[in-house]
Design a protein around this ligand. Structure first.
Ligand SMILES: Cc1cc2nc3c(=O)[nH]c(=O)nc-3n(C[C@H](O)[C@H](O)[C@H](O)COP(=O)(O)OP(=O)(O)OC[C@H]3O[C@@H](n4cnc5c(N)ncnc54)[C@H](O)[C@@H]3O)c2cc1C
Length: 420
């Protein structure tokens, strides 16, 4: 991977690795069981700058490239996917739309508290009737005086309870389909203000909180159990027009661009899980003996682990390449969808394979591989299901081939497919 990684990249990755080993590994199992949000480690990650890796220094971030951020997500996931998705949803989904599409004033106001990790962010697109088909958004934003009145509900929103700054979509012009969807910056206090104060991050008194924005109960999930997933409700919530992100009608297209970048993050998270599972399986099989020899010495076991290692290497190339394209300012939508689709599926294969070679031990929570398998499953669903990724890839493929042969673009073949 030397082609992609500089000495600085490797140093950052090592720093996150040490943090994961010292502070995440000892608590990951307990957090998975309890579903408790890891505030202490969130504070530590904030102090390390991990909530603003690809954000310019003048806005409070580390000022590093996107690949650096991808390495952080991958490394955290080796130890615990809940930590990793907390940073990932905050950075690519909550913060980056403000950084990319926000006015100078919006960037100055909202990016520094997010980049420093003082407060957490999130992104509200999915609704009960709008999952893969995000153009089915029903949340309404009605113009009123110098702002908008929001009504509706989002579901499955990562960081919805613990977070304070969100970017959410709402329909401003119902007659225009996806072109009638806009996006807004919305603030609400964290659900645990006292807890946040005690730990020293997660809340700021001076944010422009909007009455009528409320998080629902925490979802009880199969995986990512320590990550905070909830509904986000808007009940006659009034936001000033200064909270409109971009222009009216640009919300849908901007969210699609946000998801392109987010998918590289899910690919990296998937890779981290696969790598964590592989390492556990190699260690275990090198120690465990059956039929008078190490389990590792059975060729069937070696072949399974060799296949997983090869998968991971291929996935890493796809993922780092997509991040590199993004850093170079080149188009990367197709590569991001490929990386997300390939790595999430390899993550399932890798975690299942790790359990298999570990036998009964792999099936118990004494080892992390069963948790990693549960954590891997959502990677095939979140930020656009893998069915949607294949649609995205196929659409881009056709566009490329037609453009090459005839210079023709065929909008009739386009489908507005999203999924967060
Ligand atoms: C833990 C978790 C965290 C999440 N975090 C966020 C978040 O922070 N913000 C946010 O906005 N959302 C979030 N989501 C929502 C997530 O992105 C959606 O669940 C996902 O996009 C799929 O939408 P859906 O659940 O409505 O499934 P559906 O769209 O109902 O899909 C059901 C099935 O139909 C298939 N399908 C749908 N359309 C097609 C098609 N055109 N062709 C082929 N197959 C199709 C799907 O692939 C899937 O298999 C999160 C979800 C979870 C579970």
């Amino acid at each position: 991977m030397d082609r992609y990684l500089t000495a600085e990249h490797v140093a950052l990755r090592d720093r996150v690795h040490h943090f994961g080993r010292e502070f995440i590994a000892p608590v990951a199992r307990e957090l998975d069981e309890s579903g408790v949000f890891p505030w202490q480690n969130v504070k530590r990650m904030a102090d390390m700058g991990l909530f603003g890796v690809p954000v310019p220094r003048e806005l409070g971030g580390m000022g590093l490239d996107y690949l650096s951020y991808i390495l952080v997500i991958e490394e955290l996931a080796k130890f615990d996917a809940s930590h990793s998705i907390t940073v990932s949803a905050h950075t690519t989904l909550g913060l980056s739309p403000i950084l990319t599409f926000g006015s100078e004033d919006q960037k100055r106001r909202f990016v520094p508290p997010l980049a420093s990790g003082e407060v957490l962010g999130g992104f509200g697109l999915t609704e009960p009737g709008a999952g893969s088909d995000a153009s089915g958004t029903r949340t309404r934003a009605v113009r009123e005086g110098n702002g908008y009145r929001l009504n509706g509900s989002k579901i499955f929103i990562t960081n919805a309870g613990v977070g304070e700054i969100f970017v959410a979509t709402a329909v401003t012009d119902p007659g225009r389909g996806s072109k009638g969807i806009s996006s807004f910056i919305v603030c609400k206090p964290t659900v645990d203000v006292d807890g946040a104060r005690a730990v020293g991050c997660g809340h700021r008194d001076d944010l422009p909180f909007t009455e009528g924005v409320r998080a629902g109960e925490k979802e009880d999930k199969m995986g990512w159990r320590a990550s905070d997933t909830r509904e986000l409700h808007f009940e006659d919530a009034f936001v000033p027009e200064t909270h409109l992100l971009g222009r009216e009608g640009e919300g849908f297209i901007n969210f699609m661009k946000t998801l392109d970048a987010g998918r590289i993050g899910v690919a990296a998270l998937s890779l981290g899980l696969a790598e964590g599972a592989l390492e556990t399986a190699v260690r275990y099989t090198a120690e465990r003996e059956q039929f008078g020899q190490r389990v590792w010495d059975f060729q069937q076991v070696q072949f399974k682990l060799a296949e997983i290692a090869t998968d991971i290497e291929a996935g890493r190339h796809l993922t780092y390449h997509a991040a590199w394209l993004q850093d170079q300012g080149k188009p990367y939508g197709k590569e991001a969808a490929m990386a997300k689709y390939f790595c999430s599926e390899l993550s399932m294969r890798a975690t299942l394979g790790a359990i298999q070679v570990m036998g009964g031990a792999g099936y118990t929570n004494e080892y992390p591989v069963e948790r990693m398998m549960r954590d891997a499953k959502i990677c095939e669903i979140g930020e656009g299901t893998n069915e949607i990724q294949r649609l995205v890839i196929a659409r881009k493929l056709l566009e490329e081939v037609l453009a090459q042969s005839q210079g023709v673009h065929q909008p009739a073949l386009e489908m507005e497919t999203a999924g967060t």
